[in-house]
Write a protein that binds this ligand. Structure first.
Ligand code: LUZ
Ligand code: MOS
Length: 754
């Protein structure tokens, strides 16, 4: 089944925030924000801006009726700066005008006098100054100190990964409309309607029931709208509340790039110890996370980094410590993988460096250390239903690595100025919010008198196809045509207290809640059919839009059954509630069972490097991915393709640069390169590993959103291998992204010898 939005998307009929028809009197807003990364506001003069024809108001911190505070995990972020400025792009005021253009013109007329202070933008300086968002945390298993003394090889190093811009096609935005009795209805492009609702209520000094959030769909999010959709929605709501007029605030691309946080850059130090059999005996790592100027989701992201310290490997002695360092950059935030990819890059770097030193292939070390059933993760969870061995087996059967390697060797022998190489990337990603309490969801199902169905859940459709999957769940349970089912907007008055659609768990959590509601309705309808047909309930089944008595059609159609049940005054609406069972985690000892299950997979990436100019392409990607029992292969494969390419982009070409004053240099698509149609690997093979799966996944279809992102890490190591083909004594570096320029510079002296 294709995505239910497909036709509307390609014909331009899908509605986003910016497409909502506006009410009369709507004002347009633009944010006036800090031009410096660190400073103290001395004076602000709004008078010229206020005088501009068409400007209605300029709203600042002192207009806030409630609290000037939007921090979700830690209360450390004002909506509007009052005196201190902490990053370029930090909101100071909101300008309301009759048009966007006027609002932007007015912005230029504001005079700001600032005492500029030297900012800290780099993580090492922040670390040295002990500028931490939260105290460091350490995960431990076994005894690394003792273990290192027994290792045949001990290798140390550093690994760094850069920031990444989400580049959702739809920028951040919201439309806030006043409703009677001082309430507000807000259309927001957010992954987390409840957190937006809660923050608006706090900033306005209202109760949550006065604030209604409504979300049709998002034009992409990737984590960038898990927390950072809140400021624009809150600013729009504040202005609408004060002015009693509808307010529309949509960031333009440059504002969005400047004001919003990215994937966290990390700098890490590692020490890895192996025995003669290439078993990793001990691993120590310090993760330095560049959090930016406020906590945002950094503590949770730092936590997931710790959870993915050992990727798909079992290491008996581990010590991992993570530091969330405060700098004067926009607060960095959730991004597909949520700190996991950063951790996985470090362990892969450690393995690569160890292989280099020992003189073996990295894939030998990878393979020798794969996690098995019964092994303990450093956070105390015991590995169950591990699929990584099956993944490897299936990989060997599907793609002949020996042949590929032979072809590469052949090519390299014949080509002096162009080299090909391959790398492998196994993945193991934990599914569940690491914060146990967030693993809950609700769904509301109405069966209308005519047999059509309306479904509301807490899930946000952001292009990932969650609505299609939810529709499939209901259609399967009732055995009715998909045309009868409609997915409603995500609305806080229909489904309250939602967790953000994040952590790859949107389909699982909301699907399970939906499954519960549908099953309850189904059993009611079977009972009703039994009464109508005068048959025992356990002989009644629904199949192909009809009531069946055991295997025989009864002649009672779905529509008749619904209508007659309604006449019998049977309740045709139901709410389902799901809370993931089993999971728990104790932060005081950093042990528990935080994940419902893990997703496994393996990718190989082949690159071709042009030695003369350092440019490269990816020729072939082979993937075996653990889908469980996929509800929708088309959507799941689409997620893998997207994740893969986004991962390759992060590892190779996407380079976020700030100057030393904290100003974003990569502030447009001319200076920030993302993978485009030409960067797509020439050949991408994705094969499903059908597994027994787990009841914790919706209809045994495993979560698929984030895990494939990490396949992209293979691109980095494939390039390292290609450089080595040209320059055998090249010592690998672990500093992503590995741009074309960086590749070239890594062997320039050698190049002169050609
Ligand atoms: N968001 C969150 C996430 O709040 N908690 C998580 O564990 C998580 N994991 C992945 C992506 N978003
Ligand atoms: Mo996310 S990184 O919002 O799942």
């Amino acid at each position: 089944m294709h995505n239910i939005d497909a036709i509307n998307h390609v014909t331009g009929k899908s509605v986003y925030v910016d497409d909502i028809p506006l009410q009369e009197g709507t004002l347009y807003a633009t944010v006036f924000y800090s031009p410096v990364a660190k400073g103290i506001i001395k004076t602000i003069d709004y008078s010229q801006a206020e005088k501009l024809n068409g400007v209605h108001a300029i709203i600042t911190a002192k207009d806030i009726p409630g609290e000037n505070q939007i921090g979700a995990i830690i209360q450390d972020e004002p909506l509007f700066a009052e005196k201190e400025l902490h990053f370029i792009g930090q909101p100071i005021a909101l300008i309301l005008a009759e048009s966007e253009l006027i609002a932007r013109k007015a912005r230029k007329l504001i005079k700001l006098d600032i005492e500029e202070l030297p900012p800290v933008t780099d993580v090492h300086t922040a670390f040295k100054k002990k500028q931490f968002i939260i105290p460091p945390r350490t995960f431990k298993l076994g005894d690394t100190e003792k273990a290192f003394s027994n290792c045949a090889y001990v290798i140390e190093g550093t690994a760094e990964t850069g920031a990444q811009e989400h580049l959702y096609i739809e920028t951040q935005g919201a439309y806030a409309v006043p409703v009677e009795n001082n309430g507000l209805k807000i259309y927001s492009s957010t992954q987390g309607p409840t957190s937006v609702q809660k923050t608006i209520a706090k900033v306005l000094g209202l109760s949550m029931n006065k604030i209604e959030l409504d979300v049709r769909r998002l034009g992409g999010a990737f984590g960038g709208k898990e927390d950072q959709a809140t400021p624009p929605a809150t600013m729009a709501a504040l202005a609408a509340f004060i002015l009693k007029k509808p307010v529309k605030l949509i960031y333009d691309r440059q504002d969005d790039l400047k004001m919003t946080g990215k994937r966290h850059p990390y700098s890490s130090n590692f020490k890895i110890g192996l025995n003669k059999e290439l078993k990793i005996i001990a691993y120590e790592v310090d993760f330095l996370q560049n959090a930016g100027a406020a906590a945002d989701l950094s503590p949770a992201i730092m936590e997931r980094t710790l959870f993915h310290t050992t990727n798909a490997y079992f290491i008996p002695n581990v010590r991992a410590t993570a530091y969330s360092c405060k700098t004067n950059l926009p607060p960095n935030t959730a991004f597909r993988g949520f700190g996991g990819p950063q951790a996985m890059f470090v362990i892969e770097s450690a393995i690569y460096k160890a292989a280099e030193k020992i003189g073996v292939k990295p894939e030998e070390i990878q393979k020798a250390n794969l996690i098995k059933n019964g092994d303990e993760f450093p956070y105390g969870q015991i590995a169950e239903n591990v699929e990584i061995q099956n993944v490897y087996e299936q990989f060997e059967q599907s793609y002949n690595l020996k042949t590929i390697k032979k072809q590469l060797a052949e090519y390299n022998k014949q080509n002096e100025h162009s080299k090909k190489a391959m790398a492998l990337m196994p993945i193991c990603f934990g599914i569940s919010f690491t914060n146990t309490s967030m693993n809950q969801a609700r769904a509301l199902v109405h069966i209308y008198q005519d047999g059509s169905i309306g479904i509301s859940t807490g899930a946000i459709e952001m292009g990932q196809g969650v609505n299609t999957k939810l529709l499939q769940v209901a259609s399967k349970i009732f055995s009715i045509k998909k045309e009868r089912i409609k997915l409603e907007t995500t609305n806080t008055t229909r489904v309250a207290n939602t967790s953000p659609t994040a952590a790859s768990s949107g389909a699982d959590l909301n699907g399970k809640a939906l499954e519960i509601a549908c099953n309850e309705l189904l059993s009611r309808l079977r009972k009703s059919a039994a009464e109508i047909l005068n048959i025992k309930e356990n002989e009644i089944f629904l199949k192909n839009e009809e009531v069946f008595i055991n295997e025989k059609p009864s002649g009672l159609s779905w529509e008749d059954l619904v209508w007659q049940s309604h006449l019998k005054r049977i309740k045709l609406s139901e709410k389902g509630h799901y809370a993931t069972p089993v999971i728990h985690f104790d932060k005081t000892i950093e042990k528990g069972h935080p994940f419902a299950y893990h997703v496994y997979g393996l990718a190989s990436i082949v690159c071709k490097l042009n030695i003369i100019d350092g440019t490269y392409e990816f020729e072939q990607v082979n993937i075996i991915h653990d889908f469980g029992q996929s509800l929708n292969s088309l959507i799941d494969i689409g997620q893998i393709e997207g994740g893969l390419l986004q991962g390759i982009g992060w590892m190779t070409m996407e380079e976020i640069r700030y100057d030393n004053k904290g100003s974003l240099l990569a502030n447009a698509l001319s200076t920030y390169k993302v993978p485009d149609i030409y960067s797509i690997p020439k050949e991408v093979n994705i094969k499903e590993l059908k597994t027994e799966s787990t009841k914790m996944a919706i209809l045994k279809s495993k979560a698929v959103g984030e895990p494939p992102f990490m396949y992209g890490i293979a691109a980095y190591f494939a390039l390292q291998n290609a450089i080595k083909e040209f320059k055998p004594d090249y010592e690998a570096k672990f500093n992503a992204p590995l741009s074309h320029e960086k590749v070239l510079m890594s062997y320039v002296p050698q190049l002169y010898e050609l």
